[in-house]
Unconditional design. Structure first.
Length: 198
């Protein structure tokens, strides 16, 4: 396949993505890409409203193709409910984090999915409350949420109620961002009631 043919295939891919025709878009995908189709599709900004071929050039034993895809941004509701479980006291004092387990609900992406991870609890030293948990989304692929509350002097209430975070795929690539807000009165009381000591 020469450079002109590669460019034509890339242009056809772009047209199919904008048209929302995923079956046509993946005509030229290798078997390996097809086996990991969920992860590949998750990286695309769908629905896409524009896609262009930026460049085609020789690279190694093949071609390097650079595409510019522009998607429509869409806010989705996201929440999670977890229970906390602490390790024995001496173990906790060495590593100040608790295990969390529960359910994440990200509209249209991970609807009521089991999640498990950790919550760091050393705010006096680190000035943060880091959350990290893993889950399997609707597409059957594994993802992770990583976020942290950053405690700020004079803004303690606000910093306890806002949790910015990232959604990462199994390879650690960012596929989304999240900004979660907590109702300190009801959410904190429910969370504290969920604690279990090992």
């Amino acid at each position: 396949m020469d450079e002109a043919a590669v460019r034509e295939h890339a242009r056809a891919f772009c047209e199919a993505i904008v048209a929302g025709d995923i079956d046509r878009a993946i005509d030229d995908f290798s078997n390996e890409l097809r086996r990991n189709l969920g992860e590949v599709i998750a990286l695309l900004p769908l629905p896409a409203n524009d896609a262009t071929v930026e460049s085609v050039g020789h690279g190694g034993s093949g071609f390097d193709v650079v595409l510019r895809l522009q998607g429509e941004t869409e806010d989705r509701a996201m929440s999670f409910t977890v229970r906390a479980r602490s390790r024995p006291l001496l173990s906790f004092l060495r590593r100040r984090e608790v295990e969390i387990e529960g359910e994440v609900d990200a509209e249209g992406f991970a609807d009521h999915r089991h999640c498990r991870g950790t919550l760091g609890l050393d705010p006096l030293l680190t000035r943060t409350l880091p959350y990290a948990f893993r889950f399997v989304a609707n597409d059957g692929a594994a993802y992770a949420f990583e976020g942290k509350k950053t405690l700020r002097d004079g803004r303690l209430l606000e910093s306890m109620t806002v949790l910015p975070g990232l959604i990462l795929d199994a390879a650690g690539r960012q596929v989304g961002e999240a900004l979660l807000r907590f109702d300190l009165r009801s959410d904190l009381a429910r969370f504290l009631r969920s604690w279990k000591l090992a």
